[in-house]
Design a protein around this ligand. Structure first.
Ligand code: ADP
Ligand code: MG
Length: 616
């Protein structure tokens, strides 16, 4: 049943608003929709042109911006004003990309290493979010031109390993381009959807998505059950792809004696690079490549090609092994292999991936388009034209808040499935405490100072109550996009505060790995320090309550009791300053033993008095 809207002002029939699917790629981007008649996903293209828009932005001296093929022409001639691979910079600080800074031929500002990167072109500065928005704007413009209708709603895909910051940055880029981003979807999930996987409720499958693009390689292991996608593991190499294949071909030719004279001729090298890509594409369907450049003969046979690219394929296969290992599965457990990315057109790649998993691969769809096609299917689901799905992910690191003694209290353990919601109750430590600081952290260590701080906020306006009485519920909600919302609410009074967590900058895969490793290396140390902090907190609390009790009831205590208590309190106070858990425990115990008898006696007296007064 088709839905038809009526424009109330004019009475005219209104076309249903279209939601587009966008693959915002490192090398190429494209946009797809569900065809209104065939109901099949199609990539948008003008007449006989191609659907791919190179993810390249060129700025000319007059401030004009061009995007796509037009901009790509300037890649080699105007490297300073021609931006490629902006996706690699999304949500990153200079510190994150420092090791790869020579990869970028344009100027990346390196003065502030901790904050989000900026790119300088002429005398202007651009953030990766702005740069990506230029690409999205171009895609939107093309789609509007082809569809002859405004396009304002989109689903955009991101790599499965993108963290909160990178996802949020992608959303922001969409917003800047005038798009309402209804959902951020993982690229491997979109690719699976394009192959129709998971579209039937009874589909229960484990899928390996092998994505070899222009500059990146990703392998993801997904599981689909009951219409829910779950990312079991991801692996890959963020600096490995078709560009490296072009490189090895170029070097193969350069090694030939007769090209020695050209080794420093930049124009020649640039042209040779383009010939290398042409040869590579040619060899995906033919056996021999032959051409010439500046009088040099360029020859490459399929067998030579396969020998020189073998090390690159080997690297991808070893990533597949790691991904399998992390997912806890064996090759036999993989039901379907999906091929994504332009470089999977290479027959040897298909052959070896298929041999590794011991199954034929799915390659019937255009590997350039498959992610965008899947995004269009997801868009259609969101438009209500298809039943809804949840897209599940897992959190790479634990999330928690700081509690007494600087300890990390984990609310959401690592590898939690998202979307997810958890809540825990806390209370105040001081009488009449009107505010509570909530520090949100990510990581596996026991002390928050060793973890990564994501955010901090104050819950204020807690009405005056004795310590321990307020009930502050802290909840963590991670939505399907992987964005965390932290809320704190005092349940007795209803005061509440919440924040969206947008960390300052993202973590690289290596950093996540390092944080996990550190938590293992420091495990023993962490357990010890946690025990010490817990002992200290307990001791401090006992000191406070005893002090309060004595102040209130000093008249009811004997001189001996008062003296003995004061002495033990002093001993405990001293123990607290020494990092000896056992000593603190012993002194806490001692103070408890001394105060318990008179505390009970006085409580009895108070109760008796109260009963008397009430004349029961
Ligand atoms: P990304 O996801 O990084 O944006 P793509 O999936 O668009 O990248 O892949 C681009 C890469 O695919 C380029 O390196 C391009 O040279 C390569 N490629 C495209 N067609 C072929 C082909 N027929 N054979 C081999 N490689 C190809
Ligand atoms: Mg891609």
């Amino acid at each position: 049943m088709a839905k038809v809207g009526i424009n109330i002002a004019t009475g005219a029939l209104q076309k249903e608003e279209i939601i587009v699917g966008i693959d915002l790629g490192t090398t190429n981007s494209l946009i797809a929709i569900i065809h209104p008649e065939s109901k099949k996903p199609v990539a948008l293209k003008e007449h006989d042109s191609i659907s791919l828009v190179p993810s390249v932005i060129h700025f000319d001296d007059n401030g004009n911006i061009s995007v796509g093929e037009e901009a790509k022409k300037y890649l080699l001639t105007e490297p300073g004003n021609t931006i490629f691979s902006a996706k690699r910079l999304m949500g990153k600080s200079y510190k994150d990309i420092r090791d790869h800074s020579s990869f970028f031929s344009y100027k990346i500002i390196d003065s502030e290493t901790e904050s989000l990167v900026k790119i300088q072109v002429g005398n202007k500065f651009y953030s990766p979010v702005e740069l990506s928005s230029f690409i999205l704007k171009e895609l939107k413009k093309r789609a509007e031109h082809i569809l002859k209708t405004p396009v304002t709603k989109a689903v955009i895909t991101v790599p499965a390993y993108f963290n909160d910051t990178q996802r949020q940055a992608t959303r922001d880029a969409g917003k800047l381009a005038g798009l309402d981003v209804l959902r951020i979807v993982n690229e491997p999930t979109a690719a699976s959807l394009a192959y129709g996987l998971g579209l039937q409720k009874e589909d229960h499958k484990t899928i390996a998505v092998y994505d070899l693009g222009g500059g990146t390689f990703d392998i993801s292991i997904l599981r689909i059950a009951n219409g829910i996608f779950e990312v079991l593991s991801t692996n890959g190499d963020t600096y490995l792809g078709g560009d490296d294949i072009d490189n090895v071909i170029q070097n193969f030719w350069l090694q030939k004696e007769e090209m020695n004279s050209e080794k420093n001729n930049k124009d020649f090298l640039n042209a040779l690079r383009l010939k290398a890509e042409t040869a590579k594409k040619w060899l995906s369907s033919k056996n021999d490549f032959e051409d010439e450049l500046n009088g040099h003969r360029l020859k490459l046979s399929i067998s030579e090609f396969e020998i020189i690219i073998q090390p690159i394929i080997d690297k991808t296969i070893s990533c597949c092994k790691s991904a399998l290992k992390d997912s806890g599965l064996q090759k036999d457990n993989i039901d379907v292999i999906v091929m994504v990315g332009g470089s999977t057109r290479i027959p040897l790649v298909k052959k070896q991936v298929s041999e590794f998993f011991g199954k034929p691969v799915n390659d019937s769809l255009d590997p350039d388009e498959v992610v965008a096609l899947g995004a269009a299917i997801q868009a259609d689901i969101l438009a209500g034209n298809n039943k809804d799905f949840l897209l599940l992910d897992i959190t790479p690191l634990s999330l928690g808040i700081e509690t007494m003694g600087g300890l990390m209290d984990v609310l959401m353990p690592r590898n939690s499935k998202i979307p997810a919601k958890v809540a825990r109750q806390y209370t105040t430590q001081k009488d009449g405490q009107g505010a509570m600081k909530i520090g949100v952290y990510q990581g596996e260590r026991d002390l928050v100072k060793d973890n990564r701080k994501l955010a901090e906020f104050n819950l204020t306006g807690i009405p005056g109550m004795p310590a321990g009485l307020p009930k502050v519920e802290v909840s963590f909600l991670i939505n399907a996009d992987g964005i965390l919302v932290v809320k704190a609410k005092e349940l007795r009074s209803g005061v509440e505060q919440s924040i969206h967590v947008q960390p300052q900058y993202g973590l690289s895969d290596e950093e996540v790995e390092q944080m996990l490793l550190a938590s293992i290396t420091h495990a023993k140390e962490d357990i010890d320090i946690r025990a010490l902090r817990e002992a200290q907190t307990e001791g401090e609390q006992l000191l406070r309550t005893t002090e309060k009790f004595i102040q209130k009831n000093s008249g009811k205590l004997s001189a001996h009791e008062l003296m003995e208590t004061a002495e033990t309190m002093q001993a405990l106070q001293l123990a607290l300053t020494m990092n000896d858990k056992n000593l603190i425990h012993a002194k806490t115990e001692e103070l408890n033993n001394i105060s318990r008898p008179y505390a009970e006696r006085i409580m009895d007296e108070v109760v008796a008095e109260a009963l008397k007064g009430k004349n029961v």
